[in-house]
Design a binder for this molecule. Structure first.
Ligand code: GAR
Length: 200
């Protein structure tokens, strides 16, 4: 299974996926890593690991479409089976999503459909929920809304703030992303409406 990673920042989910591959736990290959931010620590890490690393700075392009065209050009050469959004903080246009239907996956730090969008962990704390977590899902044309592949739960503590909760969720994200990609690598699933159904 060939994976393209898109990221914008720290890249800890990318590193967790890379480490699972290196351990032999996930049968996959990272064929390219693309960052829209030149200063993303994640792209530095990709370079240090010797992976094909590309910076496609959205600020250097006149439009969203032009930026996405360059990302799509690189993806077209790398030929991934799946595009893995790992803290990629850009919305993808419907045209981009249509180029890879049910082949783009994202991780979000809440139990969707609760708390989509930015600052999901702060939203969870502010709402006063007792349980949150993370969601790995296919990307469709709506924000944080595609069919769900894996979710993992995290309890909230009374003294949690957004940052302590984010740290606890992040540990689960690293497990969830590898689990989801292993399921996709198995190939034994179908998307039935909103449901991703796996053969047991
Ligand atoms: C993660 O918490 C991920 O769930 C979140 O950004 C962080 C990236 O961390 N993504 C979103 O909020 C997407 N809407 P990382 O760069 O260390 O993987």
């Amino acid at each position: 299974m060939k994976l393209a990673i898109l990221l914008s920042g720290r890249g800890s989910n990318f590193v967790a996926i890379h480490e699972a591959i290196a351990r032999g736990e996930l049968d996959a290959e990272i064929v390219c890593v693309i960052s829209n931010r030149p200063d993303a620590p994640g792209i530095e890490r990709a370079r240090a690991l010797g992976l094909p690393a590309h910076i496609v700075d959205h600020r250097s392009f006149a439009s969203r479409a032009a930026h996405e065209a360059e990302v799509l050009r690189i993806l077209g050469q790398a030929k991934p089976d799946f595009i893995v959004l790992a803290g990629y903080m850009r919305l993808l246009s419907p045209d981009f999503v249509a180029a890879y239907p049910m082949r783009i996956v994202n991780i979000h730090p809440s139990l969707l459909p609760s708390f989509p969008g930015v600052d999901a962990q702060a939203q969870a704390v502010a709402y006063g929920v007792k349980v949150s977590g993370c969601t790995v899902h296919f990307v469709d044309e709506n924000l944080d809304a595609g069919p769900i592949i894996v979710q993992r739960t995290v309890p909230l503590r009374d003294d949690d703030d957004a940052s302590t909760l984010a740290a606890r969720i992040l540990d689960e994200e690293h497990v969830a992303y590898v689990e989801a990609l292993k399921k996709l690598a198995s190939g034994t699933y179908r998307v039935d409406g909103r449901s991703v159904v796996f053969d047991s």
